[in-house]
Design a protein around this ligand. Structure first.
Ligand SMILES: NC(=O)c1ccc[n+]([C@@H]2O[C@H](COP(=O)([O-])OP(=O)(O)OC[C@H]3O[C@@H](n4cnc5c(N)ncnc54)[C@H](O)[C@@H]3O)[C@@H](O)[C@H]2O)c1
Length: 440
């Protein structure tokens, strides 16, 4: 490895996960199994990908960890918060994503991961009814500012008890109801803080309290759900002020991964698009929460944003000026975590003749999400040690609606292959190599 300005990954890395559900426990069990040599971290870019560094006769293909100092899986310590009190072993069994043979060998470690009480407001996820929530002695939920203070205390205690040198905080909890970004509350940090102090429950989601607490405690924050939490200028200000990396939102896993990889085929060949209809059936707790229209709306906004920056109506009005894009998620318990998605794509070819493409993906939601969650944690920790702070656009590759500064007219990059280039170039730069766009 070249000598770089990135600080080495010394000591333990705490990964504090908000939500001890299907995605989190699948990630935790997978990491614990991988470090015993009993499972392979397939789908994880940090563990599996080999990328090119150097050009021409100099070129070499290396794992990310051979180019930049990444934290080792052996150094990870997990902690969590959840509305339900079940430990990570019980939660993994409940989620039914992994078979017992892939959980039992790490049962003891998973049992030690016991959720801290959640900063929770039922108005943000009506379908959840757990008892492990932060309450005041009078039985009421704490104000938003009290939530922040309690969460900060949780982070400090975890870091000290587990002897971590660094901690990242990852939201892998349920999708909250849609909180539209409002300039009055969400643009200036001082206004957001004032809203927290005034216990303004309408404009401050519990997830914002987690993000605020994390950044204040010197922890990078990652938003895995489509919540607007860190997608607000006030939180960018805080990230700049605290020199913390942030990224989000919404893990790019099944249908949207396919969409962001497939849409470039249509755009590259200059085929026209009349419509793209995406529907899913999903039966896990995530599906249950998303069955509530207010929670689904948050997901819908996120899922719909993918196409418009790949197939652009303003640049190619004849091809993409007027297509119909619809996304549905249907809660269907028999399938549990095994999501099935269908895409019907109506395209147009030579002289306007119509054609159709059908994609049917029988995926496993958390099996796809777990490596993305792990990679985002390891790469956010890398960003921290590399002195990169604020919005981490190079992590767009992993996200359904990546963050960007929309107040400056910036556009999200959703094109999978451009995102891959951004990711590799950031690794190159942090590894002391030049960024480039050579074809590998
Ligand atoms: N699996 C995927 O492919 C995928 C893709 C993109 C995004 N996501 C998002 O990831 C998140 C997790 O998905 P999942 O399948 O693990 O869901 P899950 O329902 O199994 O787990 C979420 C957990 O979060 C807990 N929770 C809710 N609000 C909380 C709060 N305020 N504090 C602490 N805990 C809280 C719930 O009790 C639940 O146990 C969801 O928001 C989902 O939309 C998943």
């Amino acid at each position: 490895m070249k000598k770089t300005n990135v600080e080495p990954a010394q000591g333990k890395l705490g990964i504090l996960v908000v939500g001890c559900g299907a995605v989190s426990t699948t990630m935790m069990a997978g990491v614990l199994m991988a470090r015993k040599g009993m499972a392979k971290p397939i789908g994880s870019m940090t563990q599996m990908d080999k990328m090119r560094i150097g050009k021409g006769a100099e070129k070499q293909y290396k794992h990310y960890g051979e180019i930049v100092p990444l934290a080792s899986l052996d150094d990870i310590v997990f902690g969590t918060w959840d509305v339900y009190p079940q430990n990570a072993f019980q939660a993994a069994m409940y989620a039914q994503v992994l078979q017992e043979k892939d959980i039992l060998p790490v049962r003891h470690e998973l049992e030690q991961i016991v959720p801290m009480s959640a900063a929770f407001d039922k108005d943000y996820a009506k379908r959840l009814d757990g008892s492990n929530i932060k309450l005041l002695p009078d039985g009421n939920i704490p104000s938003r500012w009290e939530m922040v203070e309690q969460l900060r205390q949780d982070i400090r205690c975890f870091k000290e008890e587990k002897h971590c040198s660094r901690v990242v905080v990852l939201w892998a909890a349920s999708t909250e109801i849609y909180v539209p970004v409002e300039e009055k509350y969400h643009y200036q940090l001082a206004d957001l803080e004032a809203a927290m102090r005034a216990d303004d429950r309408q404009h401050v989601a519990p997830s914002m309290c987690y993000a605020y607490a994390a950044l204040k405690e010197g922890c990078p924050f990652i938003m895995g759900a489509p919540n607007t939490t860190v997608d607000i200028p006030a939180m960018w200000q805080l990230a700049e002020q605290t020199h913390m990396p942030i990224c989000g939102k919404d893990f790019k896993t099944g249908q949207t991964l396919v969409k962001s990889g497939f849409a470039p085929i249509i755009g590259t060949r200059c085929l026209g698009l009349d419509g793209w209809f995406s529907t899913n059936i999903l039966g896990n707790r995530d599906g249950l929460v998303l069955d509530e229209p207010a929670n689904f709306h948050t997901k819908e906004v996120s899922k719909l944003s993918t196409l418009e920056t790949i197939l652009k109506g303003d640049e190619q009005p004849e091809l993409y000026g007027d297509y119909y894009h619809k996304v549905r998620i249907n809660y269907y318990p028999p399938r549990n975590d095994n999501k099935e998605s269908w895409d019907n794509i109506d395209i147009r070819g030579w002289m306007g003749y119509p054609m159709q493409i059908k994609i049917n993906f029988l995926c496993r939601d958390s099996i796809l999400a777990a490596p993305v969650a792990l990679d985002l944690c390891l790469l956010s920790d890398l960003a921290l040690r590399a002195g990169r702070y604020g919005i981490q656009r190079w992590l767009s590759f992993f996200l359904k609606s990546p963050m960007h500064d929309y107040t400056q007219g910036e556009e999200a990059v959703n094109h999978l292959y451009r995102q891959h280039t951004m990711l590799k170039n950031a690794i190159r730069e942090m590894g002391g190599y030049e960024a480039d766009e050579e074809v590998d």
